[in-house]
Design a binder for this molecule. Structure first.
Ligand code: 3MF
Ligand code: MG
Ligand code: MG
Length: 420
């Protein structure tokens, strides 16, 4: 029996030795990719993820503020080649649309160029400021006019920064108390804002001789309103095809993995429906739990097998990005840890899972099992009872395929075993 009292107790680690310890253990983990390798993937780092200070309804911040210069510089060093931002992540609400805004945009451009980072996506914050208390599609026409102006302004910023995508998470489009708002009318008003953004885009793109942006709606089932009018990617697909949009061809989706999981969806099935409609434009990648709040954990830390399956689907149907790291480094991670552990390990898990998805697609066992299932038992045109018996043994392959996916996830297909 082990005498616990004799176990070596680790001495307290003084603050000046903690980074070295974390660094040593991170290096000991191995499996990190070089910045050059990371740059081969269409991955973006959001300003708001890197700069998230750990605050929430019940949480005080645990980290210091971080500006865009620092975030862009660190993304460049890590080999995360794209950067994304909300308008108000980098420009104070009061100065939006003014000369001061364009000075900041010029500084951002310089920072991006110096660090070989591209701005891939811009988005408008229509959920935090008091003006959006009743949503960007509120009853008061001045709120809606202001919201449309904000969306148009973001389109202009996007073109100036060389972005290809604009994302719209409607935030508080919904209600806390029942019966006060007219859902039909509110959705019509919301469409007017998007139409204004698309019109602005067509004009600015022509002026700048650039392609128009891809406009991507992002659904989330709960938060920050109690009831949400467009809670799922499926609801957003219906909205795009409702006839309310003047340019439905310019509008697609930015699904978020966790947002679909939150309402209980199978994210892979939700993504399949978006792919079938040709509307998978952009993808927010993270992880978390079903039927809980938006915990925004980094990719693969909760559902790695499901993530592997999601990436098999995306690789099979030709989606190659963008993959936007929309997660929140945990409150327990330091400012230093965000860039030394959180971001690099998130990117590296994505790359590992992406490459593993390639192994799944070319795995001879899965391929043969899948082909056999598709070939069936040869009972075309036979009575129903014979159809059932003809497939009886083949259907066992479903479980075998699932077992094989697990083996690939843990490396057993490459000979990892345990000798007992
Ligand atoms: C909220 C989100 C948002 C959106 C962002 C993009 C803060 O749960 O996921 O991130 O992704 O607003 O428009
Ligand atoms: Mg998101
Ligand atoms: Mg989210």
């Amino acid at each position: 029996m082990i005498d616990v009292s004799e176990k070596l107790i680790m001495q307290p680690v003084p603050i000046d030795r903690q980074q070295a310890l974390v660094e040593r253990l991170t290096t000991a983990c191995g499996g990190a990719y070089s910045p050059e390798t990371r740059r081969k993937y269409y991955i973006s780092g959001p300003q708001w993820a890197a700069a998230y200070q750990g605050q929430a309804l019940f949480h005080a911040p645990t980290r210091e503020p971080v500006g865009f210069e620092e975030v862009i510089r660190r993304l460049g060093q890590l080999g995360i080649r794209c950067w994304t931002t909300h308008d108000t992540d980098v420009i104070p609400t009061e100065t939006l649309g003014t000369g001061a805004q364009w000075e900041t945009v010029a500084r951002i451009k310089k920072s991006l160029e110096e660090n070989n980072v591209q701005c891939s996506m811009v988005t408008t914050e229509t959920f935090h400021h008091a003006v959006f208390a009743a949503s960007p599609a509120a009853e008061a026409p001045e709120v809606r006019e202001y919201a449309a102006g904000r969306l148009r302004n973001t389109v202009k910023i996007g073109h100036e920064l060389g972005a290809s995508y604009a994302v719209y998470w409607p935030g508080s489009l919904g209600y806390q108390v029942q019966g006060a708002i007219d859902e039909t009318q509110t959705l019509k008003w919301y469409a007017e804002g998007l139409n204004a953004a698309c019109e602005q885009d067509i004009q600015t793109a022509a002026e700048k001789n650039r392609p128009t942006l891809k406009h991507c709606l992002e659904a989330k089932p709960f938060e920050p309103a109690a009831e949400i009018l467009l809670p799922t990617s499926d609801a957003m697909l219906a909205f795009i095809h409702s006839g309310l949009l003047t340019h439905p061809e310019m509008v697609g989706l930015n699904p978020e993995y966790l947002h679909e999981l939150m309402w209980g969806a199978a994210p892979r099935a939700a993504l399949a429906r978006v792919l079938l409609c040709g509307k998978l434009f952009h993808f927010d990648i993270n992880d978390g739990y079903r039927l809980k709040h938006d915990v925004d954990i980094a990719i693969g830390l909760v559902n790695p097998l499901d993530w592997l399956n999601v990436l098999v689907l995306l690789r099979s149907y030709g989606y190659t990005g963008p993959f936007n790291l929309d997660y929140k480094p945990p409150r327990t991670t330091s400012n230093w840890g965000v860039f030394s552990v959180s971001l690099p390990t998130a990117v590296d898990r994505f790359i590992t899972l992406w490459e593993m998805a390639g192994e799944v697609i070319s795995d001879p066992i899965i391929s043969e099992a899948t082909d056999a299932l598709k070939a069936g038992g040869g009972a075309i045109g036979k009575p129903v009872g014979e159809i059932v018996s003809a497939n009886k043994e083949l259907l066992t392959l479903h479980e075998l395929i699932s077992h094989r996916l697990f083996q690939i996830l843990i490396g057993q297909h490459r000979g990892r075993t345990y000798s007992l």
